[in-house]
Design a protein around this ligand. Structure first.
Ligand SMILES: [Zn+2]
Length: 92
C-alpha cells in the first residue's frame, strides 16, 4: 500500500485531501464534484470512468485522471492503464 498524506484543500481550505504523493494544489472531492460529473460522450471513455463514486471520493489520482480527460479530451495509454490498475487495486 502506498503511503498517503493528508493535505488541506487549496480551494475551500476546509476539507482534507488524501494524496499518495505531495501535491502542490490538492483539491477535495466536494470542490471538484460538479466538474467530475461532466457527461462523457465517448462510449469507451464513459465505460472507463463508470466506477463507484466512492472511488473518486477516495482517490485524488482517479479524480485527476478523469479531470484531465474532461479538460483536455484525451488521455495517454499510460494514464488509462494506470487508472485501470488503481481502480482494480481499490476494488480488490
Ligand atoms: Zn475543497
Amino acid at each position: 500500500m502506498a503511503r498517503s498524506y493528508k493535505q488541506k484543500c487549496m480551494k475551500c481550505k476546509k476539507n482534507y485531501v488524501k494524496v499518495t504523493f505531495r501535491n502542490r494544489f490538492p483539491v477535495c472531492y466536494e470542490c471538484l464534484k460538479a466538474e467530475l460529473n461532466t457527461p462523457i460522450e465517448d462510449p469507451e471513455m464513459k465505460k472507463l470512468f463508470d466506477i463507484p463514486e466512492e472511488l473518486y471520493e477516495e482517490s485524488a489520482f482517479l479524480r485527476d485522471i478523469k479531470l484531465k480527460y474532461i479538460r483536455f479530451g484525451s488521455l495517454t495509454e499510460k494514464q488509462i492503464e494506470a487508472f485501470k490498475k488503481v481502480v482494480k487495486d481499490m476494488l480488490d
